[in-house]
Design a protein around this ligand. Structure first.
Ligand code: ADP
Ligand code: ADP
Ligand code: MG
Length: 669
């Protein structure tokens, strides 16, 4: 066995590989670029070495530099992870020439299978069904037109050297072909330095099904079942699961056997994945083979109990596979969600920035593969994948619910991610009933938002979470002020029923709390629905609240925005404005009167006495923020800002009596 391995990668996959190395007693060397020196994977490695500037070409894609480090630090093997140099046969060859072991398949297998057209040809020879299409690259537009007519529209243009979903174009009819061919050609040339394009039939609403295989150097090849990766955006996976609802026993065995046949024909060793698409009639077609560890390998590990990285290392060290096909047992169900630095509301464009606050989910049957921490800087230089959160369950529904709950408790602040988006996919009824296809996101979402409104129950749960946190905070403030209160005669009895009116951008809820903070048990009524709630402590640092509703634990993320609360639950994000009935009366009165856009002053909502002015000239305020307090009819209430903006003049003074519609505060511009 090896003493020391270099990991030619970064982020979550480097952390993942190092974890297994530690379990196996193997020392690890991490390589990093100038922007990565603080990353968690650098911290957990035994040794680490700077290999160059941030730009991938100058660091993670520089084989000479990486191998210099491996040799000088006495490594015996290199694990390439995925992406970067992992499917580059030239790199694998250089590793061998440096006298080291490449943890992966042979140079020849990578070269053969890395080319989509060559691997498709091999698949056909082996008897694997392939997507109908032409087996040579198209030379020009005429040939592309002829081929497309033969296959029948819609067709898909694909770069032979492609990967990561890049360059592919759907063509629906003749008129779209010239433009699509041109832009595909430009993109594949730019991304892969290769301009070969081939034409395939575009299978409509397919499911993506792939088979994990693993082989040793003694001719043993087995498969570890399928994964379904149909939830994709831009031909890239976002949510993966195993097993698949679309695959039944005999089909699993058949596809598994075919995948092993193909791997055998290619002389394949180590872990690899044979990708297929499945049409509505359950015909499957070979897409490509990935000659590396796959991003979504954790779900396979969760249901098989195997460690794929360990198997890869043992095979690379010359050990035979210690399991046979019959030993592979699939237990339960596992689902993985990829958390990426990207903005679903803006076409999944990548986002950058610094993670300012970070709390990962924990819990039984939850697995987190995280490459970041508070303080991590996300740059434009690398892949947007930050973390993978996976859940295991005895069945699909259990795994799905566990994953949703885990994501409800995952807090990332400082950077926009797809966290709530993936959670709303998992929470969608069509996902729950496993009606999946690679069109899922386009069919059910628009600009990152579900096309169907959230369920009433989810909104009620969020309302209760927001009200309980707000209520507790109000009471803490009240209790801390009590010693200063002019009332005599000891403590006032705490009322046991509290009424609130809660407003979001879409709804208004009447909430009744019955109970007390002391025992944290509440009877809560939202509109006319009643719930029994137990509210353990709000974890302030993690911005996380656990609430038992009718005996079931639910996790919420909550953030204060001035005196409003922004809540996140099952992919739903809402701002809750919480009012006592009196405050609500005032707010309602004001809001009815105020034209939100043009209003540049705060008018007095009622006759009364100004008791406090909270803001001053120049203060930046948000709509709904408390600006001053007034007393009227012996009751004190807050007066809120009618809009966002900067305070220009404060005309009201404490002690002053004012009348309805008198201008109290003006805003700039
Ligand atoms: P998987 O099936 O394991 O998800 P992907 O095709 O998504 O495989 O690729 C794995 C990772 O490597 C992804 O993060 C992807 O963005 C990246 N990747 C794959 N191929 C390329 C490529 N040719 N250029 C750049 N990045 C790539
Ligand atoms: P990459 O190397 O980018 O991973 P793949 O060939 O694996 O390329 O395809 C990626 C995704 O594109 C598939 O998962 C599927 O969603 C879609 N796709 C590829 N080929 C077809 C096709 N012929 N018909 C429909 N969808 C396809
Ligand atoms: Mg693929």
């Amino acid at each position: 066995m090896f003493d020391k391995i270099l990991i030619a990668n970064r982020g979550e996959i480097a952390v993942r590989i190092i974890r297994t190395c530690k379990l196996m007693g193997i020392k690890t060397v991490a390589v990093y670029s100038e922007v990565d020196f603080r990353s968690p994977y650098v911290q957990v490695a035994d040794e680490s070495c700077l290999i160059g500037p941030a730009r991938a070409q100058d660091s993670f894609l520089n084989p000479v530099k990486i191998l210099e480090v491996a040799v000088s630090l006495g490594c015996q093997a290199v694990h390439p992870g995925y992406g970067f140099l992992s499917e580059n046969p030239e790199f694998a060859r250089m590793v061998l020439e440096a006298g080291l072991v490449f943890i992966g398949p042979t140079v020849e297998a990578i070269a053969l299978l890395g080319d989509k057209m060559a691997s498709k040809a091999l698949a056909m020879k082996t008897g694997v069904p392939v997507v109908p299409g032409r087996q040579e690259p198209v030379a020009n537009l005429d040939e592309a037109l002829r081929t497309a007519k033969e296959i029948g529209f819609p067709v898909l243009l694909k770069p032979a050297a492609g990967g990561g979903g890049r360059g592919m174009r759907i063509v629906n009819d003749m008129t779209e072909l010239p433009g699509a061919l041109e832009s595909c050609r430009i993109e594949t040339q730019k991304s892969f330095g290769d301009d070969r394009i081939f034409v395939e039939r575009f299978i409509t609403r397919p499911r993506h099904i792939e088979i994990q295989i693993i082989g040793d150097n003694f001719g043993n090849i087995i498969h570890l079942g399928e994964r379904e990766c149909s939830i994709q955006r831009r031909y890239q996976k976002v949510i993966e699961e195993t097993p698949s609802r679309a695959i039944h026993g005999s089909l699993r065995n058949e596809m598994g056997k075919i995948a092993c046949d193909l791997a055998r024909a290619a002389g394949y060793t180590s872990a690899g994945t044979v990708e297929f698409i499945l049409d509505a009639e359950k015909n499957y077609y070979f897409l490509e083979m990935n000659t590396r560890l796959q991003v979504e390998h954790p779900v396979t590990e969760l249901v098989t109990g195997l460690d794929l990285v360990e198997l890869q290392i043992r095979i690379a060290a010359g050990e035979p596979l210690n399991i046979e096909q019959e030993d592979v047992l699939i237990k339960g169900w596992a689902i993985e969600a990829r958390i990426c630095a990207e903005d679903p509301s803006r076409g999944f464009l990548p986002t950058t920035g610094m993670i300012t606050r970070y709390a990962i989910p924990t819990g039984k049957n939850v697995r987190v593969d995280s490459g970041i921490d508070a303080g991590s800087v996300i740059t434009i230089h690398y892949d947007s994948l930050l973390t993978k959160v996976s859940a295991w369950g005895a069945n699909r529904e259990e795994a799905r619910k566990t994953l949703i709950r885990a994501l409800n408790g995952y807090h990332v602040e400082g950077i926009t991610t797809n966290l709530d988006f993936v959670n709303s996919i998992l929470s969608h009824p069509a996902f729950a009933s496993a009606e999946l296809s690679t069109n899922f996101i386009d069919e059910h979402f628009e600009d990152g938002q579900s096309r169907i409104p959230p369920s009433e129950q989810d909104l009620h749960y969020m309302t209760m979470a927001a009200v309980l946190v707000s209520h507790t905070r109000r009471n803490l403030v009240r209790d801390s002020l009590r010693p200063m209160s002019p009332h005599v005669g000891g403590a006032e009895p705490t009322p046991t029923i509290h009424k609130y009116v809660v407003r979001t951008s879409h709804n208004v809820f009447d909430v009744l709390l019955e109970g007390s903070e002391q025992n944290r048990r509440w009877n809560v009524t939202v509109n006319d629905k009643q719930y029994k709630v137990v509210a353990p402590e709000f974890e302030y640092y993690r911005r996380r609240l656990k609430l038992y509703v009718d005996g079931i634990a639910n996790m919420f993320r909550l953030q204060y925005l001035d005196n409003h609360i922004k809540a996140y639950f099952c992919g739903i994000v809402r701002i809750f404005e919480i009012y006592t009935p009196l405050e609500w009366g005032l707010a309602h009165f004001m809001l009815r009167d105020i034209k939100p856009v043009k209003e540049n002053s705060l008018k007095c909502p009622m006759p009364g006495l100004i008791t406090a002015v909270i803001v001053e000239e120049g203060t930046q305020v948000r709509k709904g923020q408390e600006l001053l307090r007034m007393e009227s009819m012996k009751m004190e209430s807050a007066v809120a800002a009618p809009r966002d903006g900067q305070i220009d003049k404060v005309l009201a003074k404490p002690g002053q009596t004012v009348d309805t519609d008198e201008i109290l505060i003006t805003f700039k511009e």
